[in-house]
Design a protein around this ligand. Structure first.
Ligand SMILES: *Cc1c(COP(=O)(O)O)cnc(C)c1O
Length: 395
């Protein structure tokens, strides 16, 4: 049986398919007792047998067996050398941006997650790190944004909330030529549908609050480093220094979520396809943003780099009154921030997730006062559609 200390055999899992890897994780069982569910090692510190000897654990801010199982599992699933679990997706992204030095320049997707917008502007701006937003689905625009100081490309694909798709392998090539790192926030599709490290990216981040955790019951984040040990070492120093590590209980919740990731993603994918098709037929719906439509402008890129479309849909309706009516009348569907859980949630990005994005930027992007975003859950699709139908059309 495997044990904690000599565990290095990610490669022995290579023959398994993704679903099996997700269920069985890294160690899978707990080596001392055989417990099938990795225990929650709720310990701050670890006893040493004698001077110069260690179990491999000293203090839970540095390493914790439950967190380590999650970190190793994510490294396996994303195909990297090292995973890290953080107290939130924000903390994960903070660590990645902390790799930069004063004077460095970042290129980011233009309709990026609102919190990432805040990190590069409010937090890192004052350290002399500059940034440019570009439409990453436009490779010409990406190239034009490069400066001699560009050190990082931070890509969200599909984007939030406009569902634009960036070509990860092309952007990784452009970044490499410029001597910059490619980071992909893989929150929306997860490694079940999209594996950025295999497409050329250097680092993957997640808000595992979303699909990886999958049940809207924990806030957490993940970073996986592809092959650069130096970067992995730096991120470990960030976790140790920022104190941004994920707690044991929350690590366990995400590990448990990951076991069902594949089946949940399949259902999210199936349901979102049905809901998107239905929305498109509605007289009150003006435009539906969904990467699974064959006439989506980036459909070819999606088909090339992903194995599914995910569960996210955005749409605009005819007027603000329809927005109010939907948000007030939904019953099974909940009007709430966040995404990626078993429950269908509907969000109003203009004042919620993208509150801090400047109004002119939002308007230019199309995030208007009649814009809604839906995280389609794993309920029965007919019930989701019936609820939306009633909420939208009830007088
Ligand atoms: C939610 C989210 C984040 C931030 O994650 P938290 O877990 O809320 O801190 C970052 N990126 C994307 C794409 C997200 O959806």
């Amino acid at each position: 049986m495997k044990n904690f200390s000599n565990y290095t055999d990610y490669s022995t899992k290579e023959e398994l398919h993704f679903e099996s890897k997700a269920v069985h994780g890294a160690l899978g069982t707990e080596p001392l007792t055989g417990a099938v569910s990795m225990p929650i090692f709720q310990a701050a510190t670890f006893r040493h047998p004698e001077l110069g000897h260690s179990t491999g654990y000293a203090y839970s801010r540095l390493e914790n067996p439950t967190r380590q199982e999650l970190e190793r599992t994510m490294a396996i699933l994303e195909g990297g050398i090292k995973g890290f679990a953080f107290s939130s997706g924000q903390a994960a992204n903070m660590s990645v941006f902390s790799l930069l030095d004063p004077g460095d320049h970042i290129i980011l997707s233009d309709d990026i997650y609102g919190g990432t917008f805040r990190i590069v502007g409010d937090v890192f701006g004052k350290y002399g790190i500059t940034h440019t937003y570009v439409d990453m689905s436009d490779l010409q625009a990406v190239r034009a944004a490069i400066t001699p100081k560009t050190k990082m490309f931070f890509v969200e694909t599909p984007t939030n909330p406009l569902m634009k798709v960036a070509d990860i392998s092309e952007i990784s090539k452009i970044a490499k030529e410029a001597g910059a790192l490619t980071v992909v926030d893989n929150t929306f599709l997860t490694p079940y549908f999209q594996q950025p490290l295999k497409l050329g990216a250097d680092i993957v981040t997640h808000s595992s609050t979303k699909y990886l955790g999958g049940h809207n019951d924990t806030i957490s984040g993940i970073v996986v480093v592809k092959d650069n040990q130096e970067i992995a070492d730096k991120i470990h120093v960030h976790i140790k220094s920022h104190g941004s590590q994920l707690a044991p209980l929350d690590s366990w919740l995400v590990l448990r979520g990951i076991k069902t990731l594949a089946v949940r993603m399949d259902r999210h994918n199936e349901n979102a396809g049905k809901v998107a098709a239905w929305l498109r037929e509605q007289p009150k719906v003006k435009k539906v943003y969904y990467v699974g439509f064959e006439d989506h402008k980036d459909y070819a890129v999606t088909k090339k780099q992903t194995t599914g479309f995910g569960g996210m849909i955005s749409f605009t309706v005819d007027c603000f009154e329809t927005v109010q009516r939907i948000l007030k009348n939904v019953d099974m569907i909940m009007f709430a921030e966040s995404l990626g859980g078993t429950e269908t949630l509907i969000t109003y990005p203009t004042t919620q997730t993208h509150e801090d994005t400047p109004k002119d930027v939002k308007e230019a992007l199309g995030i208007t006062d009649s814009f809604l975003r839906m995280s389609v859950g794993i309920e029965n699709a007919e019930d989701i559609i019936a609820d939306l139908d009633r909420a939208m059309n009830e007088v």
